[in-house]
Design a protein around this ligand. Structure first.
Ligand code: TMP
Ligand code: ZN
Length: 418
């Protein structure tokens, strides 16, 4: 239970999008520790903050969101995740910078602002294309990395106040981007007021968020953690933008992070939605995203993953196998804590991120070693906690599999490969 010195989470009293009050909780994953709160050895005996990790549905606008909001300063003032911990992400963000530059005709006079800019990977992409880039990043440790890489970075949270400061110093923006940050923000009204204030005429607001359709179809329940307050589909996003006299004009599905949508919005009302927007709205209807039954079924699927994965690991341990975690992603900690997988089932994890190495995972306290340990001392089985990078990882670890090493992929159903 949370010790008194940890700040409380706030219970959501109404829907973040439509302010509806009749929120229905359909999944209880917690209480859980914060998924990026990796611990040093000397912290292991001490208190650790645990917060509810429950998910609810708004019957009025069909928004899916966490029932509790942990204060953002607790989660984002220091951050363990860095974008360049995979090869996939910097490549993906450079492609996004190119897409936005072409679509909206950005040039040397344009300003592209990246909210939640992390180590500056995407701003660097814009700079390479000759576009002025600026990062906004609340975590001081990763903002420092970006600055070392020559990326101008405002070390702050995004809100209307930050937007006013940027506009005063830099003028209006041609594009504002947010990849995997919009779902992290509780006060979307303040966020969008800032976006509208900073965008110049003809400007665009572009976000990437995990797509609720993919999350449900592939039972990607481990992507649910305290940082991810909202689980978006096109329908609720369209309603949200309308409230701000903005238009959701286009959308593109992308396989990144288990299935995401890239959403393009303009700060003008009543612009026509593209064919693809209309297609995804139909898809969301077909997938019954408007019905609580869909989410109840999802909750049953989540329990069945746990009920298959834990006995599988137990069996392997009985046979004396060494099992490691491949990657120590935030999502891995949802999985480990929900399934209660401790060092009795998972010997260690390896990760490329310096901030995670030689630390212990929150809650289950699995030791995290540098990724080089995987090659030096390969386990018999490796639980692919970073399954969203399966393609990159399976390619990289071909030799491990050729020598008999196996991966266990946890979602959508626990599966051993090869
Ligand atoms: P993410 O799923 O939150 O993006 O985090 C992925 C984690 O997996 C991150 O901590 C880096 C780690 N990782 C490895 O350790 N090895 C790899 O080859 C890849 C692609 C990721
Ligand atoms: Zn609602």
């Amino acid at each position: 239970m949370p010790a008194a010195k940890f700040p409380d989470a706030m219970k959501l009293d109404s829907c973040r999008v439509c302010r509806g009050k009749n929120l229905e909780t359909f999944l209880v994953l917690g209480p859980q520790p914060l998924s990026n709160n990796f611990l040093k050895k000397e912290q292991l005996g001490g208190p650790e903050p645990f917060y509810p990790l429950d998910v609810c549905f708004c019957p009025a606008c069909h928004m899916v969101q966490l029932t509790h909001v942990v204060p953002p300063e607790v989660m984002f003032s220091e951050y363990a995740y860095i974008t360049s911990s995979s090869r996939t992400m910097p490549i993906h963000l450079a492609e996004l910078a190119g897409d936005v530059t072409r679509r909206f005709g950005l040039d040397g006079k344009s300003l592209a602002v990246d909210i939640g800019s992390n180590d500056g990977s995407m701003v660097l992409g814009f700079q390479k294309l000759g576009v002025r880039g600026l990062g906004i990043e609340p975590a001081s440790n990763v903002a420092a990395i970006a600055r070392q890489r020559g990326v101008e970075t405002v070390n702050d949270f995004w809100c209307e106040r930050t937007a006013r400061q940027v506009r005063k110093e830099k003028g209006p923006a041609g594009a504002i981007l947010g990849t995997n940050v919009f779902a992290h923000c509780h006060d979307l009204d303040d966020f969008l007021r800032g976006v509208k204030h900073l965008l110049g005429p003809g400007g665009a607001f572009v976000i990437e968020v995990p797509y609720l359709v993919d999350l449900l179809q592939h039972t990607e329940f481990d992507t649910i953690y305290h940082e991810h307050l909202s689980y978006f589909a096109v329908g609720p996003l369209q309603a949200l933008f309308r409230r701000f006299d903005m238009s959701l004009v286009d959308v593109k599905r992308d396989p990144i992070h288990g299935g995401s949508i890239r959403v393009f919005a303009r700060p003008e009302p009543n612009l026509p939605p593209s064919e693809e927007v209309q297609r995804l709205l139909r898809l969301e209807k077909e997938n019954r995203l408007d019905s609580i039954e869909t989410y109840r079924r999802f909750a049953r699927d989540v329990a069945s993953i746990r009920d298959r994965l834990v006995p599988l690991l137990r069996d392997l341990k009985k046979q004396g196998k060494v099992i490691s975690g491949y990657g120590a992603p935030a999502k891995g900690n949802t999985l480990l804590n929900y399934c209660k997988i401790g060092t009795d089932l998972l010997d260690f994890a390896t990760d490329t991120t310096p901030f995670k190495q030689n630390h212990y995972t929150p809650g289950m306290h699995i030791p995290v070693h540098p990724d080089t340990r995987f090659k030096e001392n390969p386990p018999d089985y490796s639980l692919l906690l970073a399954w969203n990078f399966a393609e990159e990882i399976l390619k990289k670890e071909k030799a491990y599999m050729e020598r008999g090493g196996k991966f266990i992929v946890p979602v959508p159903h626990p599966k051993i490969i090869p």
